[in-house]
Design a protein. Structure first.
Length: 256
C-alpha cells in the first residue's frame, strides 16, 4: 500500500539539509520537504543518485544543492556545513538520516565483532551527533531551528541480529531528548522518527523481512513516504510545541 504525500505542511523558503538523501527514506524526505516549500541541500556518498534526486526536487521549483561525501569524515562534513552557511544560507532544518545496519556482517551479539560495532556506532550515532553539533550554534543564536533524526523501532523493541544497530538508534533517541531540553529555551525543536518495517531496497534484502511483516498488525510494510510525511511535520511550525519526542511509525508492530 503506497502512502500519499501530505501536502498541507508549510516549509516555504526554509533551508533544509538532508543527510543520506540518495535513496530510500532519505530520498523521500528530501523530495517531500521540497514539495512542502523548502530549498534542499542533499548529502550522500552516491553522486549519481544525488543527480536523480536533484532532478526530482527541481520539478517543485525549489533550489537544490548536492554534496557527495562520507558523513563519517568529520573534516569533510565540517567543510560542507561551513560552505552551506557561508555561501547558501543559514541551516534552518536538519534531517539526520544517514545510517544502516551491518547487513551481511550482522550477527547475534554473542558472536559479533567490535569492528562492526564501531562501524555501526560511527555511521548511525556519531554522524548524527556531529551534524547536530555543527548546526546548533547558529540555530541557538537565531532562536530558530528544526532537527529531525531517523532512529528505529529497534531502539525500543530490540531485534535479533542487530543489537549494535538497536544500541546506536537508542543513542539517537537519548541525544535527541537531551539536546531538546538544552535547546528549548532558544525555540529549537529536536525530535526523532522511529521507523518499523519500511519497504526499501535495503529492507528487502533482510533475511527476517517476512517475519517483520507477519508481526505487523496493519498487515503491510510502510514505504519511505510514510516517514517523510512525519519528518516534514516535525520540521514545520505546525510542530512548534513538540520537542524531545521519538515517534514510532510501524503499523502497530509495537503491540505484537
Amino acid at each position: 500500500m503506497e502512502a500519499a504525500p501530505a501536502t498541507s505542511t508549510d516549509l516555504n523558503g526554509r533551508l533544509a539539509v538532508v543527510t543520506g538523501s540518495a535513496n530510500g527514506i532519505g530520498r523521500a524526505c528530501a523530495v517531500h520537504v521540497a514539495r512542502c516549500g523548502a530549498d534542499v541541500v542533499l548529502i550522500d556518498l552516491q553522486a549519481d543518485a544525488l543527480e536523480e534526486v536533484s532532478g526530482e526536487i527541481a520539478k517543485f521549483g525549489r533550489r537544490v544543492w548536492k554534496f557527495a561525501l562520507d558523513c563519517t569524515d568529520r573534516a569533510a562534513v565540517k567543510d560542507v556545513f561551513d560552505q552551506i552557511e557561508r555561501d547558501i544560507g543559514p541551516i534552518e532544518v536538519l534531517v539526520n538520516n544517514v545510517g544502516q545496519s551491518a547487513r551481511e556482517r550482522a550477527s547475534e551479539f554473542w558472536c559479533s565483532e567490535p569492528d562492526v560495532w564501531d562501524f555501526i556506532l560511527d555511521l548511525n550515532l556519531k554522524t548524527m551527533m556531529y551534524c547536530t553539533r555543527l548546526v546548533l550554534p547558529g540555530m541557538r543564536e537565531r532562536g530558530y531551528g528544526k532537527i529531525v533524526s531517523i532512529a528505529s523501532e529497534a531502539a525500543y523493541m530490540g531485534s535479533e541480529g542487530v543489537a549494535d544497530y538497536a544500541a546506536a538508534k537508542a543513542g539517537v533517541i537519548g541525544l535527541t531528548r537531551s539536546v531538546a531540553r538544552e535547546m528549548a529555551p532558544f525555540h529549537v525543536n529536536v525530535n526523532a522518527v522511529c521507523p518499523g518495517p519500511i519497504r526499501t531496497a535495503a529492507a528487502d534484502r533482510l533475511p527476517i523481512w517476512e517475519k517483520y511483516l507477519k508481526e505487523t498488525p496493519m498487515g503491510f510494510a510502510g514505504d519511505p513516504q510514510d516517514i517523510a510525511n512525519v519528518v516534514a511535520f516535525f520540521a514545520s511550525d505546525q510542530a512548534r510545541y513538540i520537542t524531545g519526542q521519538a515517534l514510532i511509525v510501524n503499523g502497530g508492530r509495537w503491540w505484537s
